[in-house]
Ligand binder design. Structure first.
Ligand SMILES: CC(=O)N[C@H]1[C@@H](OP(=O)(O)OP(=O)(O)OC[C@H]2O[C@@H](n3ccc(=O)[nH]c3=O)[C@H](O)[C@@H]2O)O[C@H](CO)[C@@H](O)[C@@H]1O
Length: 361
């Protein structure tokens, strides 16, 4: 049986990449299966899907919540148009199922599918869902949860705790970046868009990391804005670092790292645990319901990560945590081992199994 699947949504990597993981799994099952993505032109999907070999259709849709009265009203006015756009795409592609992965484009695409009698599902990566998914929960056939906690926002009989799907490269791929074996390798990144607070803290930490200068190997993803200034800061302090706005091959970057310094987005957490990596987590404190702190605490309680709340993020503290983990290899290894115990690499496979059963019914 061949299946035609639409993956709708994205915007940030935390929503899009679980969708990519599900798409990969459909194609792994049967290379005749067809997958189409629906997103927006401003989302990360526009920049990354083509290189991954996936087709993308764009909707003219924006976020409604938290954007001021006028912009919210304008976004609302665009909704009927994006619903019609979605229906045209669905009529032409004829999917067996539409899976919303969160983000603006998932709303109209999933509602259009529902109106047209096509099977629907959503994935919720966080323990506290965003507005689009909360509303879609009432319409869809199935809700796949990364965290059991997310369930309390949705009708219970539709939910399935599947875990957060991660791409195959994170657990079976061959690393292309060689690890520099005699160095202590840091991978610093701030979610899919970079994090100014982490970049600033690193700059402030560099003078205190001087004792490790000859030992550190650093890869730092800054986002677009801070790339130049961060490069200059490393050069000025005499550190050798590879500084980039975005990393395309994250699986290899994780693989080569001894220690990660990053936010605590749900998809980053799923990847860290699947790869069994030690991390210093610095949750983004303004995410809905402070859900990144909740994500980080799950690891913290299991001794599977170190956490620095952003309010405590100063150069000395960050440098001390890095030095401590460098100086105590057994501690680093224990943290990585406990993280590995929490990894779930079967989420995409479980989601595709359930979707197949829904389609066959
Ligand atoms: C600020 C905010 O609200 N962020 C949310 C957003 O985060 P964000 O989009 O940052 O998502 P995550 O941290 O969960 O995931 C980042 C994803 O981007 C990839 N990546 C990252 C950097 C890079 O250079 N290259 C790259 O490919 C990572 O491998 C990962 O797959 O979505 C997540 C999942 O809904 C939420 O939990 C986060 O709270």
């Amino acid at each position: 049986m061949t299946v035609r699947v639409i993956i709708a949504g994205g915007g940030t990597g935390g929503h899009l990449f679980p969708g990519v993981a599900i798409a990969e799994e459909w194609l792994r099952r049967n290379e005749e299966n067809r997958v189409l993505f629906i997103g927006t032109k401003r989302g990360i999907e526009k920049r990354v899907l083509k290189d991954l070999g996936f087709s993308l259709k764009l909707l003219n849709v924006e976020g409604i919540k938290g954007r001021g009265m006028i912009r919210s009203a304008m976004a609302l006015l665009k909704l009927p148009g994006s619903l019609l756009q979605s229906m045209r795409i669905l009529r032409s592609f004829r999917p067996d199922i539409v899976i919303g992965v969160g983000g603006y484009a998932s709303g109209p695409a999933v509602v259009a599918a529902r109106l047209m009698g096509i099977r629907t599902a959503i994935t919720e990566q966080n323990s506290i869902p965003g507005l689009t998914n909360r509303l879609l929960g009432w319409f869809v056939d199935r809700i796949f949860l990364s965290f059991a906690d997310g369930g309390k926002w949705f009708p219970a009989k539709k939910t399935q705790i599947s875990g957060n799907p991660i791409r195959a490269a994170f657990f079976g791929g061959k690393p292309v970046i060689e690890k520099v074996s005699d160095r202590f390798s840091l991978l610093i990144f701030g979610g899919s868009q970079g994090a100014h607070a982490i970049n600033s803290a690193l700059q402030a930490a560099l003078p205190f990391l001087k004792p490790l200068q000859g030992v550190l190997s650093i890869v730092h993803q800054t986002g677009e804005k801070d790339c130049e200034s961060m490069s200059a800061a490393y050069a000025a302090q005499g550190f050798n670092a590879r500084v980039v706005p975005f990393i395309r091959d994250m699986a290899s970057a994780y693989e080569a790292a001894d220690l990660l310094i990053c936010r605590a987005g749900a998809t980053s957490i799923a990847e860290i645990t699947a790869m069994g990596k030690a991390a210093i987590l610095i949750p983004f404190p303004y995410a809905i319901g402070d859900h990144q702190t909740e994500n980080a605490k799950v690891l913290l309680k299991a001794g599977a990560a170190v956490m620095i709340p952003e309010k405590d993020l100063v150069g000395t503290r960050l440098a001390d945590e890095i030095k401590n983990l460098h100086d105590h290899p057994s501690l680093l290894k224990d943290i990585a081992g406990r993280a590995a115990n929490m990894g779930n690499i079967y989420a995409a496979s479980d989601i595709v199994d359930t979707c197949l059963a829904m389609i066959k019914k």
